[in-house]
Design a protein around this ligand. Structure first.
Ligand SMILES: [Zn+2]
Length: 395
């Protein structure tokens, strides 16, 4: 026998419905909510009073009325709570605070070195978080969710990557959980960056998207119907280890010919140095190419060809609606992207490539922490967070 839901369960469901309805229909009145949701006017008024009292909902002025008392429109207050997004990397840590619409309010970052362990990283993040909250005249209770982007594949909330263990990311997660009273969502930095790129590119949730990030390694993410596909053990996305013909270079995975050996930022810098260019960063190589240095330009063109070959296979296999190519190397659209698009044209089937948009993503370095915030927001039960009694943070 199925028991009927308790009063509290019913109320909770009604609150969820009211919140969702107001979020999707800004300006809706109490009477319209009651009609749309099939709830008694008194029930709706009671819930709306509670949510406006907590500033989860706001009244936005009087609506025109055909008679009786003028109706007041309602909207969700995206600044009711904040989400912290964090990205940990071997050379830099960064964070951002965003509101409940996913709009970034503030960013912070710091270069790090081998002396930074988990405790020091967590202390830095906590200090920056508390300073940012102070500027917002807010307390820690306003943080409703935390996301952490970490290097490498993630399975069951933990990364197995060497850099992650070196940075003691598990310890960072535990300390941030205590400080914020939110259990952080942990995901690979590639997947997190993909979320930010997908949001920037205004991709529809229903679309199949393949996101490529050209960094120290070239990794990829697939999102289908709004869900990130991680594969068994979180190990999918090793685009950089697809091989290209006529490439005999040895990869650190032990095989020869991987795309990473010619097209990762590390490989491109090394190729530049081996050819006599005095470059130490991908920014330096971009600068040389921008000044018409033929060697630097050829390195980007070869990288674009190798990635384009791999993408052609992906487009044939998955037929995605869109491919986003992001990372610092795409800063100059004319360099890597031109040869990449040409190669895709040669390698992908006509029908598949005609149905696939190839989008140049962001070259900025903060997409991992923004994506970390977006994933935490995606997993946040806002009605639950709004109804939870005042949380007491441990300072
Ligand atoms: Zn490899």
């Amino acid at each position: 026998m199925v028991s009927s839901p308790s009063f509290f369960e019913m109320r909770r469901r009604n609150i969820e419905d009211v919140l969702a309805c107001v979020r999707n229909n800004a300006g809706i009145s109490r009477a319209e909510l009651s009609k749309t949701l099939g709830l008694a006017k008194a029930t709706v008024s009671d819930i709306v009073d509670e949510l406006t009292g907590k500033t989860v909902l706001e009244e936005i002025g009087v609506k025109e009325s055909s008679g009786g008392r003028p109706a007041v429109g309602l909207q969700f207050n995206p600044n009711y709570g904040l989400v912290l997004g964090v990205s940990l990397d071997e050379s830099e840590i960064s964070g951002c605070l965003m509101n409940l619409d996913g709009d970034t309010i503030t960013n912070f970052s710091s270069r790090i070195d081998h002396t930074w362990n988990g405790t020091k990283i967590a202390e830095f993040l906590s200090d920056r978080l508390f300073s940012a909250l102070k500027e917002e005249n807010s307390g820690i209770e306003r943080i409703l969710a935390v996301g952490i982007a970490v290097p490498g594949p993630v399975s069951d909330g933990a990364s197995t990557d060497e850099v992650s263990s070196f940075l003691e990311t598990d310890k960072v997660k535990k300390i941030l959980a205590i400080r914020t009273r939110c259990l952080p969502v942990v995901e690979s930095n590639t997947n997190m960056a993909a979320l930010a790129e997908i949001r920037n590119s205004k991709i529809k949730d229903s679309e199949l998207v393949f996101v490529l990030r050209i960094g120290h390694k070239i990794r990829s993410a697939v999102m289908c119907s709004g869900i990130l596909l991680n594969g068994s053990g979180g190990l999918s996305g090793e685009f950089g280890h697809l091989s290209v013909p006529n490439n005999k270079r040895l990869c650190d995975c032990g095989t020869r010919g991987c795309i990473d050996t010619v097209a990762s930022t590390a490989a491109m810098i090394k190729l530049g140095q081996d050819s006599g260019l005095r470059v130490r960063s991908i920014g330096g190589l971009l600068e040389s190419a921008g000044k018409d240095d033929p060697v630097a330009q050829a390195i980007f063109a070869e990288a674009g060809k190798a990635i384009g070959f791999g993408l052609g296979q992906v487009i044939n296999l998955l037929a995605p609606h869109a491919v986003i190519v992001a990372g610092p190397a795409v800063k100059n659209e004319n360099l890597i992207m031109r040869s990449l698009r040409n190669k895709v044209r040669k390698c992908a089937k006509l029908e598949n490539r005609n149905n696939c948009r190839i989008i140049t993503g962001s070259a900025a370095g903060n997409s991992e922490c923004i994506g970390a915030g977006l994933l935490a927001l995606k997993k946040l039960d806002i009605s639950d967070a709004c109804l939870t009694a005042e949380r007491v943070a441990v300072g």
